[in-house]
Each structure stands twice: as structure tokens, then as C-alpha cells.
Design a protein around this ligand. Structure first.
Ligand code: FAD
Length: 331
């Protein structure tokens, strides 16, 4: 098949309250790496009600071109209206690849757009790479209940579309010498293009130290056997100024909200330091952890996490945690 007329890797970035989301930067960095491998260019499409941040700030992160599509009717996400605006913008451009963040925005909009462009979507991707020879993006994601990683490619159609988990890829370092351009694209839209009526917005509880942006995460798992023991995770996190994370059994017990669950069905994280305390290291958990340093504490030296960790401590948490906390308090 000849797809030579399809060009460019497009990152779609939602504007939330006029701001560029952190995940857009993460995706631009990854798109840059793919584009360099495939000899492509990186385009970012910012879509929303207004834009308060500087769109040119994405150029040092790897964008060649940033398009700004704003309209007052796009202030709140409306699938039908966003689909219309994006499809009419992208149809004639024939992108080779389109990357969305796997946020509620991207998860809703990517399939809508794919239906318009008559192509498929690879959802919830955790790794991206390129097959240079075949000029394909390789989208990798956990499959079969997370027991294997599946590499998904789209040799039969263009564009290649996927949603990528936020928080997994490192935020790229800015290269101020990079050149690029910003273009405002006029958007035509009226009330009839909206599919929903917004009645009110109810803000959920805000996590002061969310895992997805934390530099240090103290995460615990089933190695903690009671709620009292679990309190030690919070105590250690407070002493280190870290965010609290957990494995799925802990959020299922209701000891932590789901927003702190890390893994395939939770959040993706990329901290500098990740404490895995009483966590076995199941693939469904670790597929969402991209840490510079992993410190594991486990009483089982053969637990899979011990192989993955940079520092592995064989110890019982009941003894280890109080001693570590005491040490840090007097440090
Ligand atoms: P365990 O696997 O039970 O590990 C507990 C560890 O603690 C063991 O290694 C044990 O040696 C150690 N330990 C026990 N007592 C002590 C002690 N006193 N001192 C020191 N160490 C001790 N999981 C997630 O975390 N996130 C997800 O998003 C997620 N999504 C999933 C999606 C699917 C489709 C499926 C099928 C599963 C998913 N899971 C997810 C579950 C995952 O497969 C594992 O079951 C889970 O991660 C295990 O959690 P854990 O490590 O806390 O518990």
C-alpha cells in the first residue's frame, strides 16, 4: 500500500481552562522521538475555548508546528462539536499518525475521529516505538488481563491513531534552539453543532499531592495487613514530601481512593523515586511506572519487584517501616 501522501505526526492537546495540559508536553516529546526515527514532522493541535498559555512553549519540547483551534463553544468538552472541528481540520491534511492522551477527553474523541477518518484506534498505549523500514508506529499496551504486552501496528490503513496513557512518559527537556511556527486556525461553529447542554459543574475533591505529577511516590501494596499498618505509608510519605500511591488491592479495600491506584487500570506515573513497599511487581502494576529509581521493600527475595528494583531491601515491613520513620524523624 502506498501511504506516501500521508505525512506528519499529530498530537491532539485539549485546553483545560485555557491551559496546555502537562500530558501534551509528554506526548510532544515522544512524538519527536518517533518523528526523528521515521523522518516525519511533529504537529500539535491545541483545541478548546481559549488559550492562556504560550503555544510556542511546545516548540522547544519538539513541535515543528502548533495549530491553535479555539472557539467559545469549545470551552467545555462536547464530543460532537470537537469531532466536527477536528475532522474538518485533519481530513485534508492526511496525517500519518494521530496521538491523543488517554484522558477522558482523548478516550472519547479518538474513536469519534477514527470513525470519521475510517481507521482504527489503539487504546491505552504504554510504550511507543517505530519500525523504520516499514514506516510504522508500534503501539504497545498490556493485553490478556495484562499478562502480556501486545505490539499493535496498522499496516493496512492511515492515519495510525492511538491514545497514550498520561504520566508514563517523561516530560521532555526543552531545547530552546529548536525552530517552529504557530498558526491560529479559524473555527466555524454554532449552537446546533453541540451535542450536549451544560447545566452545572461540580468540582470533585482535589488531591493536594497527586501521583501523576509527584517527584517521589511512596506506594504500598498487600504487604500491609491492616489499616493501622497502612498509616505508616502516609507517615513516610509526609516525612519525604512524597505522594501516596497504591496497588489495586489497596484501592479495592477502600484504604486509598482509586485516583491513587497505579497501574493498568489506575494512573501512569514517572517520578524520580518510586518506593514499592509490599508490592509484588505484577505487570499490571509496573507497566504504568516509569521511575528513575525504584526502591523495593519486600520480605520475599524472589518477588518479581526485587529484580526490577534499583535498590531491593529484604525485610518485614512491620519492622522496617517504624525504624525507617524513626530514623527520618531524627535526621
Ligand atoms: P501481592 O501481589 O499480593 O503482593 C504483596 C507483596 O507483599 C508480596 O510480594 C509479599 O511478599 C509482600 N509482603 C507481604 N507481607 C509482607 C510484609 N509483612 N513485609 C514485606 N513484604 C510483605 N494491579 C495494580 O496494582 N494496578 C492496576 O492498575 C491493576 N490493574 C489490573 C488489571 C487487570 C485486568 C488485572 C487482571 C489485574 C490488575 N491488577 C492491577 C492486579 C495485579 O495483577 C496484582 O494482583 C496486584 O498488582 C497485586 O498487588 P500487590 O503487589 O499489592 O499484592
Amino acid at each position: 500500500m502506498d501511504f506516501s501522501t500521508y505525512k506528519g505526526i499529530y498530537v491532539i492537546g485539549a485546553l483545560v481552562n485555557g491551559g496546555i495540559q502537562k500530558v501534551t508536553g509528554e506526548l510532544v516529546g515522544e512524538a519527536r522521538l518517533l518523528a526523528d526515527e521515521l523522518g516525519e514532522t511533529v504537529h500539535v493541535v491545541l483545541v478548546g475555548g481559549t488559550l492562556k498559555d504560550d503555544p510556542a512553549s511546545l516548540i522547544p519540547l519538539g513541535a515543528d508546528k502548533v495549530y491553535v483551534l479555539t472557539h467559545k463553544l469549545l470551552s467545555h468538552y462536547d464530543g460532537k462539536a470537537y469531532q466536527k472541528v477536528l475532522a474538518s481540520f485533519l481530513k485534508d491534511r492526511k496525517p500519518d499518525t494521530i496521538i491523543f492522551a488517554a484522558t477522558s477527553f482523548g478516550r472519547d474523541l479518538a474513536p469519534r475521529l477514527a470513525a470519521e477518518l475510517v481507521c482504527g484506534v489503539t487504546a491505552d498505549v504504554t510504550e511507543l516505538s517505530a519500525d523504520k523500514e516499514k514506516r510504522l508506529v508500534i503501539w504497545s499496551r498490556p493485553a490478556m488481563d495484562g499478562n502480556i504486552m501486545a505490539d499493535i501496528v496498522s499496516p493496512l490503513f492511515r492515519p495510525q491513531v492511538g491514545t497514550v496513557r498520561p504520566g508514563i512518559f517523561k516530560y521532555p527537556k526543552a531545547d530552546e534552539s529548536r525552530q517552529g511556527t504557530v498558526e491560529e486556525v479559524p473555527v466555524t461553529l454554532d449552537e446546533e453543532d453541540l451535542g450536549t447542554v451544560l447545566k452545572s459543574i461540580i468540582q470533585g475533591e482535589k488531591d493536594e499531592n497527586p501521583v501523576e505529577t509527584a517527584k517521589v511516590i511512596v506506594a504500598g501494596g498487600r504487604g500491609f495487613h491492616s489499616r493501622e499498618e497502612w498509616e505508616m505509608v502516609h507517615e513516610l510519605a509526609d516525612l519525604l514530601g512524597a505522594a501516596v500511591g497504591c496497588s489495586r488491592p489497596i484501592s479495592e479495600l477502600g484504604w486509598e481512593p482509586h485516583s491513587r491506584q497505579i497501574g493498568q487500570t489506575g494512573k501512569g506515573v514517572s517520578p524520580k523515586v518510586y518506593f514499592a513497599l509490599g508490592i509484588s511487581g505484577a505487570m499490571q502494576h509496573m507497566c504504568a511506572v516509569n521511575a528513575d529509581i525504584v526502591i523495593a521493600v519486600n520480605r520475599d527475595p524472589k518477588a518479581p519487584i526485587m529484580e526490577m528494583a534499583d535498590y531491593a531491601v529484604v525485610a518485614d515491613l512491620k519492622e522496617f517501616m517504624p525504624r525507617l520513620i524513626e530514623k527520618l524523624k531524627t535526621w
